[in-house]
Design a protein around this ligand. Structure first.
Ligand code: BES
Ligand code: ZN
Ligand code: ZN
Length: 483
């Protein structure tokens, strides 16, 4: 269940409504009486008050006077954030349907409000006995010239984001590698995606040493899920391949995580959830792109046979890797998936992973650490997508010198560098398994919120889904597909 966004040409009197205007005088007369307008005007002028809630007894009236920003994308983000507060207020007040009118705003600003409302009503209560049904079930946009297709697409994008959040929020005893794969398959098949799940036997036959090493300490088998969306009309002959880290729970393995560090490690498949939900959205919106999403999945546990520091692992592509710390497990399975992606002769590969504490420390929940190899222009487009939906990127270098950090005395490479720039040395490690234009996204910072964070909510944020979807749209419409 999600809040549905719809368009409406007329306002049904006595219905709860949010009126958004840039100044009090822009508030259409039909929504406020004189006393209300005078009150709003003076509170705005004297105290810079910009949010008003007027209880009309039979319905609720909200008036918002957001401050215009020079950058329209920043303005839209402020609207999404504000809308999340409104979603909470509406829910607390038992409002089931809410009109939104914003006469002087661009359509995309109105859509941003709708997006913030719809993402802001999500809560993970699957495992609660006393489940609270969704209160705010519909947001009606009072607008004449919004394309129904844009509304449909926004509903799809919200749906996909919430799907990713749901998977990430499921605790490890409800989501092992096998049922994660099944859930991804069930969802993607509904929209015409061809999904194949490789089981442990098949993974062994393929000699995916990295994924199998991490899985050694687990009581449950790994999976390797490949989702293919190839519509009849696609503008890219070579696919875009997405790879997502699918560590359903990260204890650290034998290098077990101390203290609180293990808390919330159910979110370590956030990258996998994002690439599965993003391809779902692309297919549902029938984007003309050939896309493949790959999710290698396992938990990382210190069971009897757990892989150990000092082990040398032969990876899927035959390279050997010296294990330094079993808690740096994500790159082991991503490396196999990245090497596997070569067989598709991809135009571009993007991975998303809750990979390093270093990325989190560098930019916190505010951004995604991005790095690229042979994909500078594609990364520029991805950055634009990030600005559009405020899943912003911070680009880090991939200088050769960082590679020195992962040289091994006993194997082709170590899987972990020194304490410095851990997110970059992780990417340098992954680079060794690629030969195509490649973008690495470390989403460790924004994937999971321990306390409520505007429309991203508390718990899983679903970060990556909106970013990738916006990227797809830009990519599909760019005249000349760039590298
Ligand atoms: N899954 C973690 C990274 C992570 C940390 C994600 C915090 C989200 C929040 C990853 O597998 C990990 O454990 N990384 C360690 C490796 C280190 C101990 C060798 C890190 O980066 O701290
Ligand atoms: Zn780890
Ligand atoms: Zn991890």
């Amino acid at each position: 269940m999600q809040t549905q966004i719809t368009i409406s040409e007329d306002y049904t009197k006595q219905s709860s409504i949010v009126v958004v205007a840039l100044s009090p005088k822009d508030i259409p007369a039909k929504y406020v009486n004189k006393a209300e307008r005078d009150y709003i005007q003076s509170a705005f002028e004297e105290n810079d008050k910009r949010s008003f809630h007027i209880n009309k007894l039979t319905y609720q009236l909200f008036v918002e006077l957001p401050q215009k920003k020079d950058n329209p994308l920043h303005f839209n983000e402020a609207l999404r954030v504000k809308a999340a507060t409104l979603a909470k207020q509406a829910t607390d007040l038992g409002i089931e349907m809410l009109y939104v009118v914003a006469k002087k705003l661009e359509n995309n600003a109105l859509l941003a409000i709708a997006e913030g409302l719809a993402l802001g009503t999500y809560s993970f209560d699957t495992l609660k006995t006393d489940k609270k049904p969704l209160v705010l079930r519909e947001v009606r946009l009072l607008a004449k010239n919004i394309e129904p297709k844009d509304i449909q697409e926004l509903n799809t994008l919200v749906e996909a984001t919430l799907l990713a959040r749901h998977w990430v929020n499921l605790p490890p005893n409800y989501l092992d590698a096998e049922n994660f794969a099944t859930y991804m398959q069930e969802a993607t098949q509904l929209v015409g995606i061809k999904t194949e799940i490789l089981n442990k036997k098949q993974i062994e036959a393929l000699k995916m040493g990295g994924l199998l090493a991490v899985n050694q300490g687990s009581p449950t088998p790994p999976t390797f899920t490949v989702m293919t969306y190839k519509p009849k009309q696609h503008v890219n002959t070579q696919p875009i391949v997405l790879v997502g880290k699918g560590v359903v729970y990260d204890t650290g393995g034998l290098n077990i995580k101390p203290g609180n560090y293990m808390n919330d490690m159910k979110s370590d498949m956030g990258g996998g959830a994002a690439v599965a939900a993003a391809i779902y959205a692309a297919a549902k919106a029938q984007l003309p792109l050939y896309i493949i999403s790959i999710v290698p999945a396992t938990d990382n546990r210190p069971g009897q046979n757990a892989y150990a520091s000092g082990d040398v692992i032969k990876m899927y592509d035959g390279q050997t890797v010296e294990v330094i710390n079993t808690d740096a497990e994500g790159r082991m399975l991503l490396a196999d998936a990245l090497a596997y992606a070569k067989k598709y002769d991809p135009q571009l590969v993007i991975d998303a992973a809750t990979l390093t504490g270093a990325a989190m420390r560098a930019i916190g929940k505010w951004g995604i650490a991005a790095m690229q190899v042979k994909a500078a222009k594609a990364l520029t487009i991805l950055e634009v997508a990030g600005e559009q939906c405020s899943e912003r990127l911070v680009c880090f270098p991939m200088w050769e010198e960082y590679g020195e950090d992962i040289k091994s005395k006993v194997a082709d490479m170590k899987h972990l560098g020194s304490a410095e720039a851990g997110h970059i040395t992780a990417a340098k490690f992954l680079e060794k398994f690629t030969d195509y234009p490649y973008i690495h996204l470390d989403i460790a910072g924004p994937a999971f919120n321990t306390s409520p964070f505007n429309y991203r909510g508390v718990g899983a944020s679903g970060v990556g889904v909106r970013l990738l979807f916006h990227f797809f749209k830009l990519w599909a419409s760019s005249k000349q597909l760039v590298q």
